[in-house]
Design a protein around this ligand. Structure first.
Ligand code: GUN
Ligand code: ZN
Length: 434
């Protein structure tokens, strides 16, 4: 029997949400003295250490007590070319795009610069415990390819695509529908479905895409099976008013995308801070996911997301960091910010630790149509794992000495764990960061 057949049994408290805690009670599964058995890159068992050990005496035990095992974090909205504009506070969306984001995105025409940025961006993901991300590429094909290459080298799961726009940004960032079609088709052939990479058709937003460009998006989705889709929607009142003027035939923002078939399972629309009830109903009916980016929504003053309305209507909601409109790569922080903002809404939900974990893990897998493979520790899933262990003398280490229940420990992790606590990250059982 090879070492891989015998398996590795990780011993530490483990948490996961194989069920949706917004729909069912007791969705959080926790094993305080946990055992996570990995065999051939897959979860072979997740349970109490003693029971798992007895059933698998041949497995190699790795004692990780002192830390915690969570499913790899899943970021459903982020922009690789915006790494260096993090921290541009004090502006609203359209002003921020023009002053901060777009000038930096134009620099991605330089292949060496784009490559360096892509590698640093991917390091930002993994060093914060993110194992899967849906990422806006660049407006340039070579820079988008650089992101895929950096993703491949890192071992992470990356879905991304060429950012498509043909108006209202700045001339260097505009493509023609024909060139966008050609470049996207080439990138799909090179990267889609290769290893852990997926291609996502990525019109920036209706504000910067003509009908001809949106038609190209539709054509690409028809021509290639399994593509994902990502864009922005209903983020800022001025943006929404401009989109209404650009598409006078559309009853609302979502209707623009719907006209071109751009929704449904595997489609992720970011923000949706100012939706109508009708849009929420149609997002639920079509299975389109919304990426909730609470740090970005606060930093750009976009508004407070109506989480309760989305959840009640049955819209799939996951979390996104929205680097660089957001405030960094930390998905734990993003979940905490979701909690904090809902907390200050009158009648807002008090999110519990199970809901935060679900939003940061399994909900992302569902948004991306990957829930059969990742998002929790059910047997047979890929062993995508983040091992969180607070360094000695940190506030989190001190708090964890006092916590009395697993839920308290998990809440403390969301409140206090930063990148310094991410000790190891695995994808399909292999260590990709330590
Ligand atoms: N809408 C269109 N582009 C962007 C972007 O880069 N960031 C955010 N937050 N919203 C957008
Ligand atoms: Zn964004």
């Amino acid at each position: 029997m090879s070492a891989s057949d015998r398996g590795e049994l990780l011993r530490a408290p483990l948490f996961h949400t194989p069920r949706n805690p917004f729909l069912v009670d007791r969705a959080l599964e926790c094993h305080w003295d946990g055992g996570l058995l990995i065999r051939d890159g897959r979860v072979a068992a997740a349970g109490d250490f003693g029971t798992t050990r007895t059933a698998n005496p041949e497995a190699t035990v790795v004692d990780l007590r002192g830390g915690f095992l969570l499913p790899g974090l899943i970021d459903t909205h982020t922009h690789f070319p915006q790494l260096r504009v993090l921290g541009g506070l004090g502006r609203s969306l359209l002003d921020w795009l023009e002053a901060c984001a777009l000038p930096e995105e134009a620099r991605m025409s330089g292949e060496a610069y784009a490559g360096e940025t892509a590698r640093a961006f991917v390091h930002g993901l993994v060093s914060h415990g993110t194992t899967t991300a849906l990422v806006f590429g660049a407006h340039f094909a070579a820079a988008t390819a650089a992101l895929f290459e950096a993703g491949r080298a890192s071992g992470l799961r990356i879905a991304s695509g060429l950012v498509m726009s043909d108006r209202r940004l700045r001339p260097e960032l505009h493509q023609t529908p024909e060139s966008a079609y050609r470049d996207s088709s080439d990138l799909i052939r090179c990267f889609h479905g290769r290893g852990r990479l997926l291609y996502a058709v990525t019109p920036r937003f209706a504000f910067s895409a003509s009908e001809a460009m949106l038609e190209v998006c539709q054509t690409l989705r028809r021509e290639h099976a399994g593509l994902r889709f990502q864009t922005h929607i209903n983020e800022n009142p001025q943006e929404i008013a401009d989109v209404a003027k650009l598409f006078p035939w559309a009853t609302d923002y979502l209707a623009v995308y719907e006209r071109f078939g751009l929704g449904g399972r595997g489609a992720v629309m970011a923000h949706n801070v100012h939706p109508t009830e009708a849009e929420i109903g149609r997002l639920a009916a079509s299975g389109t996911a919304v990426s909730h980016c609470p740090c970005s929504n606060a930093a750009l003053g976009s508004g407070i997301f109506a989480l309760q309305r989305h959840v009640k209507a049955g819209v799939r909601v996951a979390l996104g960091t929205d680097v660089g409109g957001g405030t960094g790569f930390g998905m734990l922080k993003e979940a905490l910010q979701a909690y904090l903002l809902q907390r200050v809404v009158s009648e807002g939900p008090k999110l519990n630790a199970a809901q935060l974990l679900y939003l940061a893990t399994r909900a992302g897998a569902e948004a991306l149509g990957l829930e059969e493979d990742i998002g929790d520790f059910q047997s047979g899933k890929a062993a995508d794992i983040v091992y969180i262990r607070p360094p000695a003398k940190t506030p989190l280490a001190a708090v964890l000495e006092r916590t009395e229940t697993p839920e308290q420990a998990l809440a403390a992790i969301f409140t206090l764990a930063g990148a310094e606590c991410i000790q190891q990250v695995r994808v399909e059982g292999s260590v990709v960061y330590e």
